[in-house]
Design a protein around this ligand. Structure first.
Ligand SMILES: [Mn+2]
Length: 322
């Protein structure tokens, strides 16, 4: 049973509009696609909406904390009932809430696959922008930080970081050796330093995709998951992993991304991994984030996100793969 959870929150990203992502993704037929595949699903509605227009940094950051808490508890509740929660964002900072929920239930067994143009591994002291949507993995890993780069943001962001680490992320932090990335092409130097410091999992960039193709990249993911013992996997899919040509409706576009077919092959090969009884690994939940209908072209990006999810759940060109 898949639980759809809408998370219309975008205040921790620079471009507003991804709060409309849950509506757009639902409207372009996500439920029907799952039904056609024989996947049981239930729409669990949206998390509580926050004020649409908070102009100041402090207000935005403060509004985020209860959102993460609510999402964490909803995700944990779904999982405890045996469902697979699918969080539709919203900006990528929401993963602080969703993956905290998964950590609550699965603890150190949890692995994360981050499919994104960005690493999202900044700490407040490395983040050039102060936008929390670039920091979720560092928060989930409980990374410590010095004062935030921007001195005006520092008192606000450092206080929020403290609260996130003490009140949102469970004591069993995300083990970054059990986190891998695919699709990277816009990485900050501070993120690379954090990645090395934490001895984190493979960071597969677009150069790896160019050189080894998707099949080679996903073999590396399969090998990593087996080696570090990931038995429960959370997938965090940022639609900006695709090239802006195929996913124009998103906030932080970076050219040189995955093609439509490459994106699908990732989902198809993941589906095969989950069905490979020789290497048991379960999909425990996923995020589909950063769909921004305000910058989209005729709903293309929301449709792409749906089609991608359908591939992950077994859709193939020749029909459902049971
Ligand atoms: Mn991104």
């Amino acid at each position: 049973m898949v639980h759809l959870i809408g998370a219309p929150f975008d205040l921790c990203s620079p471009t507003l509009g991804s709060r409309l992502g849950p509506i757009a993704v639902r409207m372009s037929g996500l439920g029907n696609a799952l039904t056609r595949l024989g996947v049981a699903w239930e729409d669990r509605g949206d998390i509580a909406e926050v004020d649409a227009d908070i102009p100041d940094y402090q207000g935005r950051v403060e509004a985020a904390i209860p959102v993460y808490r609510d999402l964490r508890d909803r995700v944990a509740q779904s999982m405890k009932g045996g469902a697979v929660p699918m969080v539709i964002g919203g900006d990528h900072s929401l993963a602080i809430g969703s993956i905290s929920g998964a950590l609550k239930v699965h603890g150190s067994e949890l692995g994360v696959l981050w499919i994104d143009a960005h690493m999202d591994l900044n700490t407040p002291d490395t983040s050039p922008s102060g936008n929390i949507h670039g920091m979720p993995l560092a928060a989930l890993a409980g990374m410590s930080t010095g004062p935030a780069k921007n001195p005006e943001q520092a008192p606000i962001l450092n206080a929020a970081w403290k609260e996130i680490l003490s009140d949102i992320v469970p004591a069993t932090r995300l083990d970054l050796t059990k986190t891998a990335w695919v699709g990277l092409r816009d990485v900050d130097p501070g993120e690379v330093a954090n990645w090395k410091k934490m001895n984190a999992g493979p960071a597969l960039t677009m150069q790896d995709v160019d050189r080894d193709r998707i099949s080679g990249v996903m073999e590396a993911i399969d090998e990593w998951a087996h080696r570090v013992g990931v038995s429960k996997l959370w997938i965090s899919f940022d639609v900006d992993s695709l090239d802006p040509f195929f996913a124009p409706g998103t906030g932080t576009k970076v050219r040189g991304g995955l093609t439509y077919r490459e994106g699908h092959l990732i989902a198809e090969l993941l589906c095969e991994m989950f069905r490979d009884s020789g290497r048991p690994m379960t999909l425990v939940g996923l995020d589909v984030v950063e769909v921004n209908p305000l910058t989209d072209q005729a709903g293309e990006t929301a449709r792409m996100a749906n089609e991608w999810v359908a591939s992950l759940f077994g859709n193939t060109i020749m029909g459902a793969q049971i």
